[in-house]
Design a protein around this ligand. Sequence first.
Ligand code: URA
Ligand code: URA
Length: 195
Amino acid sequence: MAFEIESLKSEILNCTKCDLSKTRNHVIFGEGNLKAPIMVIGEAPGHDEDMIGRPFVGKSGQLLDKIFAACGFTREEHIFISNIVRCRPPGNRVPTKEEAAVCMPWLLQQIELIDPKILILLGSTALKYMAGQEHRITRERGNWIEVKNRLAMPVFHPSALLRNPDLKRPTWEDYKKIVYKYRELVDPNHYSAHV
Ligand code: URA
Ligand code: URA
């Protein structure tokens, strides 16, 4: 397991399967506990992530960390964070279908190795590439779905919450469901100050 993840990591960090490799500063492998019960899937690295080499470190990431703190989840213990695409699309555009198609196998291998009990799909891109293009985040968020034989919760992307703060309250209800499910499946004594 440790060997497999290390060799996957070095393959990912050296990937040149698409043109994003020509403009990137860093490949963002992902971050967190390699045995995490929860895997969080975003869209693609942005400017800050590309500069630093870690996922979700910009404004969206800071909001995500606040939400996870309220749930009692940390990157060190409960979570592994990855993305549909591991290199920054120039100008933060949405990844193309081709970019997603060449990068997704890395994500699927990470999911197999980490073997999480719960997937959190952040926003439309994560939902569509994991579950299928016909899926709609506004319709399905807050409802458990099954993807790749795993339990998954689609939620709004934190950048959507930053653009539209009215989405924060309903989104918190979605994260509460994740805490309840975590207690049911992983740790009945999981502590959260807010749930
Ligand atoms: N937005 C994402 O979808 N992923 C990141 O890693 C950072 C911002
Ligand atoms: N549109 C998106 O792309 N993501 C969201 O989370 C909400 C709307």
